[in-house]
Design a protein around this ligand. Structure first.
Ligand code: IVH
Length: 720
């Protein structure tokens, strides 16, 4: 079962492959032994597998995977698929909805690269396929690993399933580079989808709502034999890790992908101007209905890899690409009732309860009405016929009322003045659109919503802890504050005896909670649900303070209005007064501060890694740019500094490490001189940066994506 080869002779690649295999095999045996009570090997054989795993890990400590049998807590894997960390993160795309957004995208790139009127800039336009993205890793030409996108950093191992797809080559041939990761979209054609649904219905099985769901459901089959029967296809459009092959443009990549036998979308076209981009968008939109597969927009990508590299990334999306979405799909239905929902920060959102209707392949029965003013402005009343729209994954919205269909004179909606859950007064500060329950944590809805957020995928990511369970445990009185999540094991026995909860699912949940005990600091911070502190800000905070203790000491000081911490925070690029105010407000509340302290004691919060580029003269240094730069635009200079691990700030203080001065520098330069802060000319900055960027040239793409440099997208509160 395990490779008998001496461990000393294993190459790193072989070791990685064997560890992955062992992790899978051991997890399977664990499951059989612990959960199904039907082991298929002897204890001795099992121990031998574990020993071999440990010995390989000892020799190659850098290959120790999160799913290592030694890291997995308890016995239950979090799902049937092994988790794999992407060598290069899989990012998402920013969206453009209007022509102006496309023009802005183009202008931004020209400014960043200092290109006059787009001279020398080619943009490739291609359909945005509505499926699921996958990363296919080839080593020495052989397909060795396929993974879903997951959260962008970590996906699930779907190798066996991808192997069943006809249009995925398994062998790229003799000239293949040492490593290439091909990225693209797994999708299902409309006719194949219809035929498959017919078969499912004949077999008395539930059908899928749309091709995308069908593709997702088919790809996530634990048994690859089932996937093999499903008509899945793959369009290749991008790459991840790449070693041993130099490519200089996206078009060159697409040619190479075709040569290797991948399907590359035929509608892909190079454009030299915004007008051409829009023309391709319109042409593709015209063909949308007859393509035979679903697309939801057009993706524009800067063709030149040198430009792409310079442009880099902002938060989770590249600066060099954007998705131009097709207009949302609309439908008309009846609004039966308006209810309100209380979010985790008390925001009261009105919700339209609709006569269910299919929009773009999905049945919609609820839509957001945003806020009180929106209802008034659109004059939406219960019983009205309304136009609703749904675009991508966003929550369906009520666009307008069809007044000609209104019968009688229905009463306008009375926005509640008391919270429907806790009866506390609803407050709406002047000038704000959002009404909030003033009950704070007295309000059960707020507590429950906060808990849902705490365990959610982007926060502590506790599998098996869905919204329904949070509600049920809160109802039972087991769960009131995030701290209780880590005390839930006291109720495990009781839970096992409850209807709908087998030993298996309880064990799985407990194991997932144990894993979450070691969450990284940024996830914990995000999970607290502090207003204004979204994922990007949480990551910046975690990276700045590194570990839980340093961070929590600073936050306690902030609660006491410590000016030093306040200045420190404002110096983090993109942090404005609003974030600082909310952090202060949160920690000034004794209840919140106590929860955080208790979490610190109950968890082993993982410190956040320092930026990869530790060797740079700018690592963890605060840099201020002032004056007009000659050789590069301000955004590009800033992105360079951030790629080298610097924090870019707007104001000069004693804590500033470098001020980079361009032409006509004013008061900031004077202040730097007064404070004795080191000053660099533009050329000096370039020389220092170039020296460093050159030495890490090959890794730069990876470094920048891993570290997600750039301005944090302003975090808006997403109310539940
Ligand atoms: S490029 C860094 N090209 O859209 C850019 N994505 O919203 C990587 N998608 O997760 C993506 N068609 O699943 C790219 N032609 C295309 C695409 C495409 C569909 C999906 C992909 C990605 C999502 C981003």
């Amino acid at each position: 079962m395990s490779d008998p080869r001496p461990i000393d002779e294993l190459s790193k690649l072989e070791a990685a492959q064997e560890l992955a295999k062992l992790a899978r095999i051991i997890a399977d045996h664990d499951k059989r032994y612990y959960l199904e009570d039907s082991p298929t090997i002897s204890d001795g054989e099992y121990d031998a597998l574990r020993r071999r795993n440990d010995a390989i890990e000892q020799r190659f400590p850098t290959l120790i995977h999160k799913d290592s049998p030694n890291k997995r807590v308890g016995t239950a894997p979090r799902s049937g698929f092994r988790k794999v960390r992407h060598a290069v993160p899989m990012l998402s795309l920013a969206n453009a909805f209007k022509q102006e957004d496309v023009q802005d995208f183009y202008d931004r790139i020209c400014r960043f690269l200092s290109l006059k009127d787009g001279a020398g800039l080619t943009i490739v336009a291609e359909p945005k396929i509505d499926g699921l993205s996958a990363n296919l890793r080839y080593e020495q030409g052989q397909l060795v690993l396929a993974a879903t996108r997951g959260d962008g950093r970590e996906g699930e191992d779907i190798t066996a399933n991808i192997m069943t797809l006809d249009d995925v080559p398994k062998d790229l041939g003799a000239d293949a580079p040492a490593v290439v990761e091909v990225r693209g979209e797994v999708y299902m054609r409309g006719d194949d989808f219809a035929a498959m649904n017919r078969r499912l219905i004949e077999d008395g099985k539930p059908e899928f709502a749309n091709p995308r769901n069908a593709a997702a459901g088919s790809l996530r089959q634990l048994d690859p034999k089932i996937t093999a029967e499903r008509p899945l296809r793959f369009f290749a459009y991008s790459h991840g890790a790449l070693e041993g092959l130099a490519l200089d443009s996206h078009m060159a990549l697409l040619d190479q992908l075709r040569a290797w036998g991948f399907s590359v979308n035929e509608l892909t076209q190079a454009c030299q101007s915004v007008d051409e981009m829009i023309a391709v968008y319109e042409a593709i939109q015209d063909q949308r209905a007859t393509l035979g597969y679903d697309i939801d927009g057009v993706v524009y990508k800067v063709d030149d890899y040198g430009f792409q590299e310079r442009l880099g990334f902002v938060a989770r999306a590249p600066r060099w690409a954007i998705a131009h979405k097709f207009p949302a799909e609309r439908a008309v239905t009846r609004l039966n009732e308006i209810t309100v929902q209380v979010g985790r920060t008390g925001a009261i959102t009105p919700v339209a309860n609709l006569e269910p209707i299919t929009v773009g392949g999905v049945v919609v029965s609820r839509a957001t009405l945003h806020n009180e003013d929106e209802i008034k402005r659109k004059d939406i009343r219960p019983g009205d016929w309304v136009v609703i729209q749904r675009a991508g994954d966003v929550i369906p919205q009520v666009v307008e009322v069809q007044l000609d269909k209104r019968s009688g004179d229905p009463a306008p909606f009375d926005f509640p003045r008391l919270c429907p859950v806790c009866d506390s007064p609803v407050e709406r500060p002047p000038g704000e659109a959002v009404a909030r329950c003033s009950g704070g944590l007295i309000c059960k809805a707020q507590r429950v919503e906060r808990l849902k957020h705490f365990v959610s995928r982007d926060a502590l990511d506790i599998d098996g802890f869905g919204d329904k369970n949070v509600e049920a445990f809160a109802e039972l009185g087991w769960l009131d504050s995030p701290v209780d999540v880590f005390q839930l094991h006291h109720h495990a026995d009781e839970l096992r005896s409850m209807e709908g909860w087998g030993a298996t699912s309880v064990d799985k949940l407990m194991a997932a909670i144990e894993t979450a005990r070691r969450a990284p600091l940024n996830r914990l911070i995000f999970g607290l649900g502090i207003r204004q502190v979204g994922q990007a800000s949480a990551r910046l905070l975690a990276r700045y303070y590194t570990d839980f203790d340093t961070w929590s000491v600073a936050m306690r000081k902030l609660a006491d209005c410590d000016a030093g911490v306040e200045a420190e925070l404002l110096n983090i690029d993109s942090f404005g007064q609003a974030v600082v105010v909310e952090l202060q407000r949160f920690f000034a509340n004794d209840g919140n501060a106590a929860v955080v302290a208790e979490l610190g004691a109950l968890m082993e919060v993982e410190a956040v890694e320092a930026p990869a580029d530790t060797g740079s003269p700018f690592t963890a240094k605060t840099v201020v740019f002032t004056g007009t730069l000659e050789s590069m635009s301000r955004p590009e200079a800033k992105a360079w500094a951030e790629r080298l691990g610097a924090k870019v700030s707007n104001s000069v203080s004693k804590k500033t490490n470098f001020v980079v001065i361009g032409g006509d520098a004013g008061s900031k330069a004077t202040k730097a001189r007064d404070l004795g802060v080191p000053i660099l000319s533009e050329q000096e900055f370039r020389d220092m940066a170039e020296r460093k960027l050159k030495t890490s040239a090959n890794a730069s793409n990876e470094t920048s994506t891993n570290e997600e440099p750039g301005k944090a997208a302003p975090d808006t509160e997403t109310s539940a």
